[in-house]
Design a protein around this ligand. Structure first.
Ligand SMILES: NCc1[nH]cc(CCC(=O)O)c1CC(=O)O
Length: 303
């Protein structure tokens, strides 16, 4: 009998739910026991607005630290929270089959039916800009806290609606409160949204092979293309960048957008290619977007 593998997780409901899901799946596929180890991250305790925390990776660095110091064997992250910058000590051993990649409105009405001036909570420049294109007459206000806390601000009257990832709402069992799920064409998701990534130390080759049973190559190709756009734009998870790729295993279709804060001006492009060249597909699309002024639009919003 081998010892239980230690899976490091943030303590929020969403994080523990998705970590337990991955643990159960791994045990089901390999017979190995998995034990959850709860870890508090800086991103969980800080009161600062996420876009002021220096961009990407606030939820990730402590978990990586625990991998490096041997406190845990592997970690589960929402892929969209993972910085695109490579950390040589760490590998993404698996990317699980993607859940719903779309953004959702939690409210008592659809976006089109909300009264003018309604208060919508979202701190994501990507969401605000795309929402502004759909409803320029609503008020978009920053909101902090985990998904439960944010949804609670509707009941308290502080907000008329909040926009969150459909996948996250499903994971915490709040999807019945969704009034509208946005089509990816109207609201391009964040690169990697809805996909879970499993990380471990690059030196643990046996573990990498074990965790590989969780990997879904089709999801991996899609999110690789999306994240390649983000990397080539030198942008992070707080950037006004949306990207979504999907495919049938033979051809990958990728669409990406950079939106100005006003939601009016944007650079949007699509391209297709073989899944094996997902990285190039994203990088070339980003280059074409930069040629059309995408970096100027992003530069306007940098702090
Ligand atoms: N930045 C927080 C975060 N990271 C991943 C998700 C949702 C779940 C996912 O995309 O896998 C969320 C919440 C949200 O954006 O609504």
């Amino acid at each position: 009998m081998s010892a239980a593998l230690r899976l490091g997780t943030r303590k929020s409901l969403m994080a523990t739910t998705q970590s337990q899901f991955v643990a159960d799946r791994l045990t089901g596929l390999t017979g190995r026991d998995v034990e959850l180890v709860g870890i508090t991250t800086f991103g969980d305790v800080t009161k600062a607005h996420l876009t002021q925390l220096g961009g990407t990776g606030v939820f990730v660095s402590e978990l990586r630290g625990k991998l490096v110091d041997g406190g845990i064997d592997f970690a589960v992250h929402s892929l969209k929270d993972l910085p695109t910058a490579v950390d040589e000590r760490i590998v993404i051993a698996a990317i699980l089959p993607r859940d719903d990649p779309r953004d959702a409105l939690v409210s008592n009405a659809k976006l089109a039916d909300l009264p003018s001036g309604s208060k919508i909570g979202t701190g994501s420049p990507r969401r605000v800009a795309q929402l502004r294109a759909l409803r320029p007459d609503l008020d978009y206000l920053p909101i902090r806290g985990n998904a439960d806390t944010r949804i609670g601000k509707i009941a308290s009257g502080e907000f008329d609606g909040v926009v969150l990832a459909a996948a996250g709402l499903e994971r915490i069992g709040r999807d019945s409160e969704i009034s509208e799920i946005f089509d990816v064409d109207a609201m391009l998701p964040a690169p990697g949204q809805g996909a879970l990534a499993v990380e471990c130390l690059a030196s643990r080759t046996d573990l990498i092979e074990l965790l590989g049973v969780l990997d879904d190559p089709r999801t991996r190709a899609a999110v690789t293309a999306e994240r390649s756009v983000l990397a080539a734009l030198e942008a992070g998870c707080a950037a006004p960048v949306g990207a979504f790729a999907s495919g049938d295993g033979h051809i990958l279709n990728l669409t990406a957008v950079v939106v100005a804060a006003d939601g009016v001006r944007s650079v949007r492009k699509s391209a297709s290619g073989p899944p094996s060249a997902a990285m190039d597909l994203g990088r070339d699309l980003a280059a074409a977007m930069i040629a059309e002024g995408a970096d100027t639009l992003m530069g306007e919003q940098s702090h």
